[in-house]
Design a binder for this molecule. Structure first.
Ligand code: ADP
Ligand code: MG
Length: 727
C-alpha cells in the first residue's frame, strides 16, 4: 500500500459507488430499437433518398463502382435533414492520420443568410470533400510544412453517424485523407486500396472453381479489444500513467494473476455498469459489440464485436477505443489501452480475427463439408500460409510499436516469431497433400487433391493454441500480435496485400494449366498446393510458442525473430515490401517510406518521453521518499545509540545502497538520453533501444526495490496492488 491520498479517495469511490446516470433500462427501449439509431444506414438512405440516387449509391457501396458525383447534392441534403432532425448542429469529416488516432474537424451547418439570420447548409461538395489544414499531422516528408493542403474525401462504404454529447450532436462522415498531390496521409486510403486488390485476385480463383455469379470479395475483421481499467484517482496521481499510458515504476504486488481467479470471473458492479453503458453507446453507432469478459490480469477486460467488412470494422474499432475511454471516465475510471500498463502481469493485445468472402460464396476460409468446397478452401488456406511465411517480417513490422515491444519481444503472448497454427487436423491434411495426394486422387477417380479420402472436417478444425501469433480458429485466422492501442488498419492492409499477392501467384499458375479445361483443375491445384507446402510449410507450428525449444527450432527453420521495433520496422521499407505494395497499388514507394519514417519517429518520441518521465519521477518522487525514510532510520539509530541501545543498521545500509544506485542510475539515463545515436532516425532508435531503455530499467529496479522497503506512509506512488485490485 502507498501513503498516497489517491488510495483513500479510490477506496472511497469504490465503496461508495452508486450509478452515475439514471439506470439504463433495456426493457424500456430494447437494444434492437436503438441499434444503429444514430447511423445513416441503408434503411435510412432507402427511406430518404430518391430511388435512382439510392440505387446508384448502393451500387458504389456494394460493388465498389465509381461514385457518381451528380448524386452528392441529393445525398448531402438528405443527410443534413436527418442529422438536424436528430439534433445535430455541426458536421465533421472524420479521418485517420498516421498517429493511429481518430481526427475530426467540426463545422457548423449554419451560414449567414445575408439578412442578419442564418440558414443550415450542407452541399454535396461539402459532403464529398473537406480541406483540413494537414500541416500538423505526420507526413514523413511527403510534404513540407508550408504545403499544408490536405483533402478529406467521403468514404461512402462507411456510413455517416451522429456523435452525441450532452450539449449537442455532430454528424460524422468517415473520410480518406490525402495530400494535394493525391498521396495517402492516412490509414484508410491504403486499406481501401488493398481491399480492391484482394477482390481482384480472389475473383480469379473463384472463376477457376467454376463460380459464375461472384459478388465483390471483401476481407472481414473481428478485433477483440483487451484493456485495463484503473480508478481515476490513481491515474491522475501517477505522472507516468497520465503522460505515457503505462507505469514506469511499481513493484509486483504480493498477489498478482497467479491464482487465475480474475479470468472470466464475475465482473465488478461498477465495471459492469461501465460496460453496459459503453455497449449501449456503441450500439447506437451501429457497432456490434458482442462479447465481454474479464481477462487474465486483475483489472483487465476484453470486449469483442461481431466481425464486419474490414474497412467498417476498422472505423468501428476506432470508435470503440474512443467510446471505451470516454464512457470509463463517467464511471470514475480510466480505460488504459496501452499494451503493457503494468510490468509483470499480462499485457493487452487486439486479436484481429480475419477472413475473406462475400454473400454469394460465403466465407472462403470455411472448411465446409464437401470435397469440392474443401479444395477451394485449401487453396485459400494455402494462400494464407504462403503469404504469412513469405511476409512474416512484414507482419511483424506492422505491429511494431514501442509499446507493443513489451509484449512481443518479452516472453509473453505471443512471441515475436511469426508462425501459423493450423491445428492437427488441418496440418495433417496439408501433409497428405504433399505426400502423394496425387496417387490417392487417381484411385478415387473424381476427387480433388486427395481430400475426399479424408473425413469431413468438423467445424472446429483444431484445438485452440493461445501461444500462436497467427492461428486458424475454425473458419478464420486470428492475428494475435496486434497491439491493444494500435489502429487495426495497418495489419489489415498488410494481410490483404500479402494475400492478394499469394492469390495472384496461385491464379497465375492455375490459369494457364487449366486453360479453359475444367477437368484439369484438380491436378493443377494438387500440384500448386504441394509446391506451396514444400516451400512454405515451415511456418506451420502447432506446439508451444513460448518455449525455448521453439525459439531454437524456429531459428533452424529460418523464421525471423524480430524482437524489437528497431529490428522489425526497417522491414516495412525493404525493397521486397516496397515492390509488393507498389505492384498491388496499395502504397507507392514514397507513401510507404514516409510511413516507416513516421513509425520510427514515433518510437523515438515514445521512448524519449518515457525516459524523461522516469528521470523526473525518480528525482522528485522516489528519491525524496527514500531519503526521508533513510533519515528516519538514521535518526532512530542515532537516538538508540545515545541511550545505549543497539541498532541493527541492515535496513539503513540497504536503503543507502539503493539510494546510491538510484542516483547513479538517473545520471546514466540522463547522459544516455543526452546524445543522439547517429545521423539517421534508425540509428537514433537503435541507441534509444540499446542504451536508454536498459538505463530506464536500472532506475526502475532501484526504485521498485526501495518500494519494498520504504515505510508505506512515506511512499507517494499508488502501488500495483492498489491500482490493480481497487476497482
Ligand atoms: P475468443 O474466444 O478467441 O476470445 P471472441 O468470441 O472473443 O473469441 O472473438 C472472436 C472474434 O472473431 C469475434 O469478433 C467474432 O465476430 C470474430 N469472427 C468470427 N467469425 C469470423 C470470421 N469468419 N471472420 C472474421 N472474424 C470472425
Ligand atoms: Mg475473446
Amino acid at each position: 500500500m502507498s501513503g498516497s491520498t489517491a488510495r483513500l479517495q479510490a477506496i472511497e469511490a469504490v465503496t461508495n459507488y452508486h450509478p452515475v446516470t439514471a439506470p439504463l433500462s433495456f426493457s424500456k427501449v430494447s437494444a434492437t430499437e436503438f441499434f444503429g439509431a444514430n447511423v445513416f444506414n441503408k434503411t435510412v438512405m432507402k427511406a430518404r433518398l430518391p430511388k435512382p440516387v439510392y440505387r446508384s449509391l448502393l451500387k458504389t457501396i456494394d460493388t465498389g463502382s465509381v461514385l457518381d458525383p451528380s448524386i452528392a447534392d441529393a445525398v448531402a441534403a438528405a443527410m443534413k435533414d436527418w442529422a438536424i432532425e436528430k439534433g445535430a448542429t455541426h458536421y465533421a469529416h472524420v479521418f485517420y492520420p498516421l498517429t493511429g488516432f481518430t481526427a475530426e474537424k467540426h463545422d457548423s451547418f449554419l451560414s449567414p443568410d445575408g439578412d442578419g439570420g442564418a440558414l443550415a447548409e450542407f452541399a454535396g461538395k461539402t459532403l464529398t470533400q473537406g480541406e483540413p489544414d494537414a500541416s500538423s499531422f505526420p507526413n514523413g516528408g511527403i510534404r513540407n510544412t508550408f504545403e499544408a493542403r490536405g483533402y478529406t474525401m467521403w468514404d461512402v462504404t462507411s456510413p455517416a453517424y451522429i456523435l452525441e454529447n450532452p450539449n449537442g450532436m455532430t454528424l460524422c462522415i468517415p473520410t480518406a485523407f490525402v495530400s494535394w498531390t493525391g498521396e495517402a496521409l492516412d490509414k484508410k486510403t491504403p486499406l481501401l486500396r488493398s481491399m480492391q486488390s484482394l477482390n481482384k485476385h480472389a475473383q480469379r480463383i473463384l472463376k477457376l472453381f467454376g463460380h459464375e455469379k461472384i459478388d465483390t470479395v471483401v476481407s472481414y475483421a473481428g478485433p477483440e479489444q483487451e484493456y485495463f481499467l484503473v480508478d481515476r484517482h490513481f491515474f491522475f496521481s501517477r505522472p507516468d500513467l497520465l503522460g505515457t499510458g503505462r507505469t514506469l515504476f511499481g513493484a509486483l504486488p504480493p498477489k498478482g494473476q497467479e491464482f487465475e481467479d480474475h479470468y472470466f470471473g464475475a465482473i465488478p458492479e461498477r465495471v459492469l455498469a461501465f460496460m453496459l453503458d459503453a455497449e449501449r453507446e456503441l450500439f447506437k453507432l451501429g457497432v456490434p459489440a458482442k462479447t465481454r469478459h474479464n481477462e487474465v490480469a486483475p483489472g483487465q477486460f476484453e470486449m469483442a464485436p461481431v466481425f464486419e467488412n474490414a474497412n467498417l470494422a476498422t472505423d468501428h474499432q476506432q470508435l470503440t477505443m474512443v467510446t471505451l475511454r470516454r464512457v470509463a471516465e463517467k464511471y470514475g475510471m480510466e480505460c488504459l489501452l496501452h499494451e503493457k500498463p503494468f510490468a509483470g502481469v499480462n499485457g493487452s493485445g487486439k486479436h484481429v480475427n480475419y477472413s475473406l468472402g462475400n454473400a454469394t460464396q460465403g466465407n472462403l476460409l470455411d472448411p465446409g463439408d464437401t470435397p469440392h468446397a474443401n479444395a477451394q478452401f485449401l487453396v485459400f488456406c494455402a494462400a494464407v500460409i504462403r503469404a504469412v511465411h513469405r511476409w512474416s517480417g512484414l507482419l511483424r513490422a506492422v505491429v511494431a510499436t514501442a509499446s507493443n515491444d513489451h509484449r512481443l519481444g518479452a516472453n509473453e503472448a505471443p512471441p515475436a516469431i511469426i508462425s501459423v497454427f493450423l491445428g492437427e487436423q488441418l496440418a495433417d491434411i496439408f501433409e497428405q497433400v504433399t505426400n502423394g495426394g496425387a496417387t490417392s486422387s487417381k484411385s478415387k477417380g473424381t476427387l480433388t487433391v486427395g481430400v475426399d479420402t479424408l473425413p469431413n472436417l468438423p467445424k472446429d478444425a483444431g484445438d485452440r493454441n493461445r501461444t500462436s501469433p497467427f492461428a486458424f480458429t475454425g473458419n478464420r485466422f486470428e492475428f494475435r500480435a496486434v497491439g491493444s492501442s494500435q489502429s487495426i488498419a495497418g495489419p489489415l492492409v498488410a494481410l490483404n496485400t500479402i494475400l492478394a499477392e499469394s492469390l495472384d501467384f496461385i491464379a497465375s499458375r492455375l490459369e494457364p494449366a487449366v486453360a479453359g479445361d475444367a477437368t484439369k483443375l484438380n491436378g493443377a491445384v494438387q500440384k500448386v498446393l504441394a509446391e506451396i507446402i514444400a516451400e512454405h510449410g515451415s511456418v506451420i507450428f502447432n506446439g508451444d510458442g513460448y518455449s525455448q525449444a521453439w525459439h531454437k527450432e524456429a531459428a533452424q527453420r529460418g523464421l525471423p525473430n524480430l524482437r524489437s521495433c528497431v529490428d522489425a520496422l526497417p522491414l516495412l521499407g525493404s525493397p521486397e515490401a516496397t515492390a509488393l505494395f507498389a505492384k498491388y497499388g496499395v502504397l507507392t514507394e514514397r507513401e510507404l517510406h514516409s510511413r516507416m519514417d513516421i513509425y520510427l519517429e514515433q518510437y523515438c518520441l515514445t521512448v524519449a518521453l518515457e525516459a524523461r518521465t522516469t528521470i523526473e519521477m525518480a528525482r522528485t518522487i522516489v528519491f525524496p521518499a527514500a531519503i526521508r525514510y533513510q533519515g528516519e532510520l538514521a535518526a532512530t539509530g542515532a537516538n538508540l545509540k545515545a541511550v545505549g541501545c543497539v541498532f541493527d543498521t541492515a535496513t539503513l545500509d540497504k536503503v543507502t545502497a539503493l539510494v546510491k544506485e538510484l542516483q547513479d542510475g538517473i545520471d546514466t539515463l540522463e547522459s544516455a538520453l543526452g546524445h543522439h545515436g547517429g545521423s539517421s532516425k534508425l540509428d537514433h532508435a537503435q541507441h534509444l533501444h540499446d542504451e536508454v531503455l536498459p538505463a530506464m530499467a536500472a532506475v526502475r529496479l532501484a526504485a521498485d526495490t526501495l518500494e519494498g522497503i520504504v515505510a508505506d506512509d512515506l511512499w507517494p506512488l499508488a502501488t500495483y496492488q492498489e491500482m490493480l485490485f481497487i476497482l
